[in-house]
Design a protein around this ligand. Structure first.
Ligand SMILES: [Zn+2]
Length: 209
């Protein structure tokens, strides 16, 4: 398994990290900040699924193109009202106010396991940054979206954000057996570092609640 980081800043919507998981015969994409054309420059293998960490604009900007290509989209069951609201999906902040309709949608519940072409991936609902925020665990790698960054946590002041929920989600992440963390923005990190930082973020979240 190889993970390629594709920075959306090279193309469209800010500094979002779209991750391409390259398996032996197929690929899986984490988030859709990058266009399908850019992703295809990194692989000739078919993209079997797009897994969305949360329905903020910078993570789903190109989702409809993947959907139109017939690629199954996986997203939290809590995402519907966020996809349908220009304030909740932050598209208004990115000066492209719109809602998103996904045809090939597969909704995920907390701790649901999915099998994509033999790749077993587990979804953890980790609300706080948004109520639909989640992480995906695949072979001890945790794709943490905007819940947890290498040196910070996601903001909680946008619609559906909650400092209390993020605090609880960070405890949940601490209990997950992962080795490396691939966040929705910034650099990758590891569990050792994050286990030390999480209590610090939780104290901060206590203050701002
Ligand atoms: Zn976000």
């Amino acid at each position: 398994m190889k993970i390629v980081t594709i920075k959306a800043k090279d193309t469209e919507s800010g500094s979002q990290n779209t991750y391409l998981i390259k398996g032996k015969d197929c690929c899986i994409l984490i988030d859709a900040g990058c266009s399908i054309d850019v992703v295809k420059k990194h692989t000739d293998l078919p993209i079997k699924a797009v897994l969305i960490t949360h329905a903020h604009y910078d993570h789903i900007a190109n989702i409809e193109d993947y959907d139109d290509a017939g690629i199954p989209i996986y997203i939290s069951e809590k995402s519907f009202e966020i996809l349908n609201d220009i304030k909740s999906n932050a598209s208004d902040l990115f000066n492209d106010p719109r809602t998103f309709v996904i045809k090939n949608i597969n909704t995920l519940k907390d701790e649901q396991e999915i099998d994509i072409s033999g790749c077993k991936i587990k979804f953890y609902l980790t609300p706080g940054h948004t109520k639909d925020s989640g992480c995906y665990l695949f072979e001890k790698v945790l794709f943490s979206g905007d819940t947890l960054f290498s040196e910070g946590i996601g903001r909680v002041d946008l619609p559906t954000g909650s400092s209390q929920e993020l605090k609880e989600s960070l405890s949940k992440i601490k209990d997950i057996e992962y080795t490396n963390i691939y966040p929705g923005h910034g650099e990758i990190s590891d569990k050792q570092i994050q286990d030390k930082l999480i209590p610090k973020w939780q104290r901060y979240l206590n203050i701002i609640r």
